[in-house]
Design a protein around this ligand. Structure first.
Ligand SMILES: [Zn+2]
Length: 280
């Protein structure tokens, strides 16, 4: 069934866990996320990062698939726009039936980020949808030489959350998007500080490549949504490499798609289990 971000994060809160938010770029990805979540009997967030992934599939094409499968799922599923950075794509996602949007104004001044996030919230409210926004900048490994300078300040976060009324805050505390070149250095005090001063769920971006023990610490400090994509896509790619190596003769596209889906289900189930945070 379809559910908003606000309500799915309430479920996470009551169980001291984080909800996995998996980016999808294909039908196989959508099927894999739903299958993994249903097998684990756990709510999940299906999300699409239009700015980064529209080169693979359009928001309209994947969005309709996401909403249809979320709607008929046996577990609660939130359909979310990841890193929305203009009002046009936010409106398009809401028109498609997305139950949540992210507005990413992290590269703007605080004043402009607040103003734009407020407007994005008005749009989301019109559809009964939730909103995540970002403060501080995660960046992508290799692009951001001085990541430390972009960590989220909990005091500024308090002002941002009070002014905008958002449902969840994407904060920067040492994670980056993509593949890590060096061991991530996470600042758990930032998560605890935001939770204490803002009282809303914290979102971790760049969840690929974090150790299970660091995931646990982040969740214990108040992270309730974790975005995970890159490594799942890489593992599925590795599985195809192995498949081609093992195979003599013809290779068919349908076999490749089935193998991608099978591999993604495995990764997503393992990830969901870690985020459930059941080992105390
Ligand atoms: Zn992100």
């Amino acid at each position: 069934m379809l559910i908003t971000l606000k309500n799915i994060l309430k479920m996470a809160e009551s169980k001291d866990m984080a909800i996995a938010a998996f980016n999808v770029t294909s039908l196989e990805g959508v099927l894999a996320v739903i299958e993994a979540a249903e097998d684990e009997d756990t709510p999940v967030i299906l999300q699409f990062a239009n700015a980064a992934h529209s080169k693979y599939i359009s928001l309209e094409d994947i969005g309709r698939v996401m909403v249809a499968f979320a709607d008929r799922s046996k577990v609660p599923v939130c359909v979310h726009l990841d890193h929305g950075n203009n009002f046009d794509e936010i409106k398009r996602a809401l028109d498609l039936g997305f139950t949540s949007i992210m507005y990413d104004g992290s590269e703007l001044s605080l004043k402009q980020n607040i103003a734009n996030t407020k407007y994005a919230k008005i749009l989301a409210d019109e559809y009964g949808a939730s909103i995540e926004a970002e403060l501080g900048s995660m960046g992508t490994e290799g692009e951001n030489e001085n990541i430390l300078g972009a960590y989220t300040d909990p005091e500024v976060a308090r002002v941002f959350v009070n002014e905008t009324g958002i449902d969840a805050l994407a904060a920067s505390f040492g994670t980056v998007h993509g593949i890590y070149k060096s061991r991530p250095n996470l600042d758990f005090d930032i998560i605890s500080g935001i939770r204490k001063l803002c009282g809303i769920p914290v979102v971790m971006h760049g969840g690929s490549g974090i150790s299970d023990s660091d995931f646990k610490k982040c969740i214990d400090c108040g992270v309730r949504k974790i975005n995970y994509y890159t490594y799942a896509a890489k593992y599925a790619g590795d599985a195809i490499k192995d498949m081609i190596k093992d195979k003599n003769g013809n290779i068919y596209s349908h076999d490749i798609l089935v193998e991608i889906r099978r591999n993604m289900v495995k990764t997503y189930k393992e990830t969901i289990r870690v985020f459930k945070n059941t080992q105390k």
